[in-house]
Write a protein that binds this ligand. Structure first.
Ligand code: TRP
Length: 332
């Protein structure tokens, strides 16, 4: 059976973007693949995280997966730092990847901003650790958002160079499973930016634990334009915010964008926003209630993460041992 690996960072609160863009898709994949889902806490600390917030966010990501329907018995759910092989393989891959490759990574440039000199070294080698995550399980498929495509190509390059350098087919080249733009959720304030946990504006995102009032308020305040809703998908030119809201509607309701256009075309945004609010509340509230139930019982989450780490380690350790042997590390 093919094996999936994917990860979500525990930095800030889970958003609708994490749900529609990642976790919801994982729920659909879990019957057809052996799946490993990781809360990537080591990636999170590439930028500053308050330790208490990190603990809380790690549990919240796990709670989000569980509440959305990821089955922890069928799949492996764990936090990255709990399987030390990630750090160990990460180091070996730091020595395989080339500076020139990392210098091309657009996400580093975005995250480091103008003050590159002040970025952590971890942020720079972030893609190498991500490659380690995937290769440690010899994953064949990696479901990720559009924005992670470049990192995944790098993971393939690293796998290939490792295999070439040592003359052994240790790592299969992982295939990306990129979900369509329909699941790419953008900021409610700026339709050209991804909806992000770390956006300074609360109004840019809908949180997975937002209550009905918060959801209503954020959708009401979401940026739109003065025109009516377009009645076909060609009507979105320069209307990124309109497209985003309609995409969200379609994703939540399992509808194609063109069908959303057909249904709401010509109406005002005020009416459409009411419909979107009702839909978002209806779809998210059962999940957010379940998340709260988990968050009230951190011991239960911790037990699931512990069990997941044990099972992940059972797969990872033999691969790490193989890597050590291939590289020439003694294991006396
Ligand atoms: N970089 C990914 C993101 O920010 C998270 C991630 C870390 C990941 N390791 C991974 C995703 C391995 C897929 C596979 O979305």
């Amino acid at each position: 059976m093919d094996r999936i690996f994917s990860g979500v960072q525990p930095s800030g609160n889970m958003t609708l973007g994490n749900y529609l863009g990642a976790i919801r898709n994982w729920v659909k994949l879990q019957d057809d693949y052996e799946s490993i889902f990781c809360v990537v806490d080591m990636h999170a600390i590439t930028v500053w995280q308050d330790p208490d917030d990190l603990r809380r966010a790690t549990r919240e990501v796990a709670a989000g997966m569980l509440a959305a329907g990821v089955d922890p018995k069928k799949n492996i759910i764990f936090n990255q730092s709990n399987v030390s092989a990630h750090a160990e393989l990460g180091w070996v891959l730091n020595c395989v990847a080339r500076l020139g490759w990392l210098n091309r990574m657009t996400q580093f440039k975005e995250k480091a901003g103008k003050h590159k000199e002040n970025a952590s070294c971890g942020l720079y080698v972030y893609p190498n650790l991500m490659a380690a995550d995937i290769l440690l399980y010899k994953a064949t498929h990696v479901p990720v958002g559009d924005d992670q495509k470049q990192h995944l190509e790098l993971a393939r390059d690293i796998a290939q160079k490792f295999n070439n350098d040592f003359g052994k087919e240790v790592f299969p080249l992982p295939d990306p499973m990129i979900f369509g733009t329909a699941t790419r959720v953008m900021s409610l304030r700026d339709g050209s930016k991804k909806m992000s946990k770390s956006d300074p504006s609360e109004y840019a995102r809908i949180g997975m634990t937002d209550d009905a009032d918060a959801i209503a308020k954020k959708i009401r305040k979401a940026k739109t334009d003065p025109h009516p809703i377009p009645d076909n998908v060609d009507g979105f030119e320069d209307r990124l915010e309109a497209k985003n809201l309609m995409n969200i509607y379609g994703a939540l309701n399992d509808m194609k964008l063109e069908d959303v256009c057909a249904e709401y075309g010509g109406q005002s945004f005020a009416d459409f926003k009411k419909a979107l609010t009702d839909l978002a509340v209806a779809k998210l509230s059962p999940i957010s209630e379940e998340m709260k139930r988990y968050m009230d019982d951190p011991a239960q989450i911790d037990a699931i993460l512990r069990d997941g780490a044990e099972r992940a380690n059972a797969i990872a350790q033999p691969v790490l041992d193989e890597v050590k042997d291939v590289v020439g590390f003694l294991r006396p």
